[in-house]
Write a protein that binds this ligand. Sequence first.
Ligand SMILES: Cc1cc2nc3c(=O)[nH]c(=O)nc-3n(C[C@H](O)[C@H](O)[C@H](O)COP(=O)(O)O)c2cc1C
Length: 310
Amino acid sequence: MTMDNNIKIPVLAAPLQGVTDNVWRMAQHSVFGGVDAYYAPFMRVERGEVRRKDLRDVDPERNAGITLIPQILACQPDHALMMVDALKQRGYSRIDINLGCPFPPIALHRKGSGMLAYPELVEALFKALAATDGVEYSVKMRLGWDQPEQWREILPLMEIIKPVNIAVHPRIGKQQYKGDLDIGQFEALMAASAWPIVYNGGLRTPEDIEVVMNRYPNLAAVMVGSGLAANPGMFAPDATLDDYRRFHDLLVDGYTEQLNGGEAQLVRHLQDIWQTFLPGIDHKLFKAIRKSRTLEQYQAAAAAALMRAL
Ligand SMILES: Cc1cc2nc3c(=O)[nH]c(=O)nc-3n(C[C@H](O)[C@H](O)[C@H](O)COP(=O)(O)O)c2cc1C
């Protein structure tokens, strides 16, 4: 548990594909901190091999000084085992299993939250993973794919892998990121679980965390996604404009080094940061960021947005 965020429960940074990559994690950690462990966005097997980009993201050298929990997304046991192998080779002994991704191209292929409608697939996956040694697993899941009680058939299967914990985002996959959180089902799952539960969903401030902690004193941890992407200084109440500038500079430097598709690709990637970072900035400033075509234009627009937002 970190000592610097005054929160008396471990705080986990949720994986956000396209946002919380190694560049973002290292920038968040070095400028603001307050996070006990970071989940990497899911890795997957494509055309028979673990995606290189995913492996690069979890490269221990690119994640020095933080606790990183890599996450795998697979339906086929052989794909999952390939990823576990690659991660073990890189020194990881704790791996998270994605049973939560709601993105239709993935879920409709019975991966992520789509798998929750097929307990027999989850069982086969867990059995294969349980046979690996030297690795502990955690699970990140939704309540179900298209029914909020599908977890009831999944929970008993946890016995196979004996997860360190289960992070629950209390929606069904079909809801994507919209609609109400089903707190009733979350509470039922928590009561039925023999495994430690992590709450994930809608936490945007330390006060939100306090409320959840007080309501569920037995929680193992809380997990924060969009709230931390929106404000990476969520746990650094004394952070200044200069800190946010430094954070942004680290993203620019990191992506300049890591992307090799030229200036246009770099600018597009930096523009995308603003889909989640500091939401609510003035529409004109947001538009200026979107319209920039060169790094110089982007930097000028981003500087104005940072100045105004903070
Ligand atoms: C853009 C985006 C990408 C995400 N990528 C992942 C991912 O790679 N793995 C995962 O388990 N969840 C992923 N999620 C889900 C989040 O980790 C989290 O469960 C969800 O956003 C709810 O938490 P929050 O309200 O704190 O954001 C993603 C969510 C978003 C919005």
